[in-house]
Design a protein around this ligand. Structure first.
Ligand SMILES: [Zn+2]
Length: 278
């Protein structure tokens, strides 16, 4: 309630929103969520069975009627670390929500059958990474990149945005990605794809000052944004910054060309996905 600026809120990224210990305060949390439609709420759980067996405890009483109205800014996701947990996807698919997603973090085994469990047909966002807790590196040397690339290729084949965090482990990466937990790149690039329109700005001299200008123009066009940190991406021939600005509402191509005209040697492109929440 205190944030007026639209934001993306990861509810309980460390604990679990549907844990029984949260029963006493969950109703109040739902009331706050209902009253703040300017934010996006991403709710990730391992306790999806509990949501199905105790909907009256876990979901607000008006969920069935309002999931695509009063709660359309709420996304639900499950954790899938190994094929043993594919069933969580099947259960998630039985719950109505604007957008379903999966988190494959920490990834512990290859996941070759995501499409059989709804990826691309009912699940529209994947993010994954290896264990980033260095006290408990599983597996020790980080996760083989191939496992992530296999997930990425499945996402590509059904046009589902794919977000990659890090391979995990305890090694600092020396490729230029500045990660403390293994590498943050696959096939030499970053994967930070979201199921919402994203404005990508790239250029050899792109930096904070240009970002300020981009944000100002977006604001003047009544576009709400959620920004993630500017990344340094070293690619063959280009050494500069890549900025990904998530847009919380639609933007026209005309606005993009207007922006482009003002920004000179910064390249702008709009990334959208087949599925976009309303
Ligand atoms: Zn790296």
């Amino acid at each position: 309630m205190h944030w007026k600026q639209p934001d993306v809120i990861f509810a309980c990224s460390l604990s679990d929103f549907f844990h029984q210990d949260a029963d006493p305060w969950r109703d109040r949390a739902w009331q706050v969520i209902r009253r703040t439609p300017q934010h996006r709420y991403h709710i990730l759980t391992k306790r999806i069975s509990r949501v199905l067996s105790n909907p009256e405890k876990c979901l607000p009483p008006d969920w069935d009627d309002e999931w695509d109205q009063a709660y359309r800014h709420v996304w639900l996701g499950v954790t899938v670390e190994t094929p043993q947990y594919y069933w969580r996807m099947d259960r998630l698919n039985r719950i109505k929500t604007t957008l379903r997603f999966i988190s494959c973090e920490p990834l512990l085994e290859p996941l070759p059958d995501l499409k059989k469990h709804g990826l691309g047909s009912s699940i529209f966002w994947t993010f994954c990474g290896g264990e980033s807790d260095t006290r408990d590196p599983r597996p020790k040397g980080g996760v083989p990149k191939q496992w992530f690339e296999e997930i990425r290729d499945q996402c590509d084949s059904v046009k589902v945005p794919f977000h990659f965090l890090q391979t995990g482990g305890t090694q600092r990466c020396t490729c230029g990605c500045y990660s403390r937990y293994g590498c943050r790149q696959l096939s030499g690039r970053w994967y930070q794809q979201y199921p919402m329109p994203t404005l990508i700005a790239e250029g050899p001299k792109y930096g904070k000052r240009q970002r300020k200008r981009v944000l100002k123009v977006l604001k003047n066009n009544n576009v709400d944004t959620y920004k993630i940190p500017v990344q340094t991406e070293q690619r063959r021939g280009v050494q500069g910054q890549t900025d990904r600005i998530l847009l919380l509402n639609q933007i026209s191509n005309k606005t993009v060309s207007n922006l482009q005209a003002q920004l000179g040697n910064t390249a702008l492109r709009l990334e959208t996905w087949p599925y976009m929440p309303p």
